[in-house]
Design a protein around this ligand. Structure first.
Ligand SMILES: [Zn+2]
Ligand SMILES: [Zn+2]
Length: 138
């Protein structure tokens, strides 16, 4: 059961990201003039609708609906965590919180690659994040 809730949570937050992306100007509505693949389709297809006029209202309604679903009790284990710095609860969907990421270079059999890890923190706590030994701030 828990597995399903987790999948649902990631599905819903992915949708939310898409909506926020669209609101910021990369619309996922094929009829919109801000449609992100407009350039690819331009020759055969002419997007006509204004982004603001056609989409933003719908996007905002969708966003509210998804936020409503995500506030259900069963998504709490995935949505909330503790701040890496102060240890106080943190809502991953709140824009005042963010992931601070670090990378380090791994050399393995002549192949280089980068390993990544991140900590959730309140934006106010960000300055106090200590860089782990051997890692670089991304
Ligand atoms: Zn649009
Ligand atoms: Zn904090």
């Amino acid at each position: 059961m828990v597995k399903n809730y987790k999948d649902e949570y990631y599905f819903l937050t992915e949708k939310l990201d898409e909506i926020e992306w669209a609101l910021e100007g990369k619309c996922n509505d094929i009829d919109c003039n801000k449609y992100m693949y407009k350039d690819l389709l331009k020759k055969r297809y002419k997007p006509v609708l204004e982004h603001n006029f056609s989409c933003v209202k719908k996007l905002k309604i969708d966003k509210l609906a998804i936020m409503g679903i995500l506030s259900q009790q069963r998504y709490k284990p995935f949505r909330y965590t503790k701040c890496h710095v102060c240890g106080i609860n943190l809502d991953k969907l709140n824009k005042n919180n963010k992931i601070v990421g670090f990378t380090r270079k791994i050399i393995e059999k002549k192949n280089n690659y980068y390993e990544w890890k991140g900590f959730w923190v309140h934006c106010n706590c960000e300055k106090k994040v200590k860089i782990p030994v051997g890692w670089n701030k991304r």
